[in-house]
Write a protein that binds this ligand. Sequence first.
Ligand code: SAH
Length: 216
Amino acid sequence: MQDSFVHKGKRKILVDYLRHKIGISDENVLKAMSEVPRHLFIESIFEDFAYEDRAFPILANQTISHPSTVAEQSELLQVKPGEKILEIGTGCGYQTAVLIAMKGLVYTVERQKELFDFSKKKFRELHLSPKFQSFGDGFAGLPTFAPFDKVIVTCGASVLPMELLKQMKVGGKMVIPLGPTDEQVLYRFTKVSLTEFEKEEFGAYKFVPMLNNTNQ
Ligand code: SAH
C-alpha cells in the first residue's frame, strides 16, 4: 500500500469535517492529520474506509481510535513544537505519528508486545522517529525521561495513574479518559504546582481499557 492522490484527497475531506463538524481549530492538529497516512496503519481490508470517522480493530484485540478522538485529544494537549510528550498506548502508532507531525518529541509506551513490534516496524517504514519507544506498563510512566510537558493516555483508566501526574512538569498537561470499562470521561489535568492540579472535563468516550503489566 502506498500514499496516493486519492488518499490525500480523502484526508482533505476528513480535515474539513474535523474543522467544521467536530470544531477542531488547532492548525497544528489539522495540518498533521492532513499529512499522516492513516490507511497505512490499519489492515488493507479497511483501506477504503480509513478516512471516515471510524475506529477499526488492530492487533491484540485493540482498536485504532476514531480520527475525531485523535484530533480532540491532540487539540486538548495544546502541543507546541519541541515539547516532550509521554504517550501511553502506542497501539498501531497513528496517534504517535500525528504528535510527531505536530513536532512533539514523543516518548511512547505500549503493553502489548505484538503492537509494540508492529508500531516499531511501521515507524521505520514511514521514517518516523519517536524519541523513545518502550514495551512496558504505562502506569509506571517513563521515570528516566521525566519530567514531560504533556502526557496523553489513549486507553481508559479506571483509576488515576499517580505516577504520571508525578512525571509532569509544573505547567504541564495530561489528557486522559477516566472511568469504568463501558464509558469514560475525557479529562485534562494541568499541574499548577508540585502538589496542585486543575481538572477540566470534556465529555463521554469509550476507549479500550488501560490494563496493568505487559502482555508478551
Ligand atoms: N493511539 C492508539 C490507540 C490504541 S488503543 C492508536 O492510534 O492505535 C490503546 C492502546 O493502549 C492499546 O494498544 C493498549 O494495548 C494500550 N494499553 C492499555 N493499557 C496500557 C498500559 N498500562 N500501558 C501501555 N499501554 C497500554
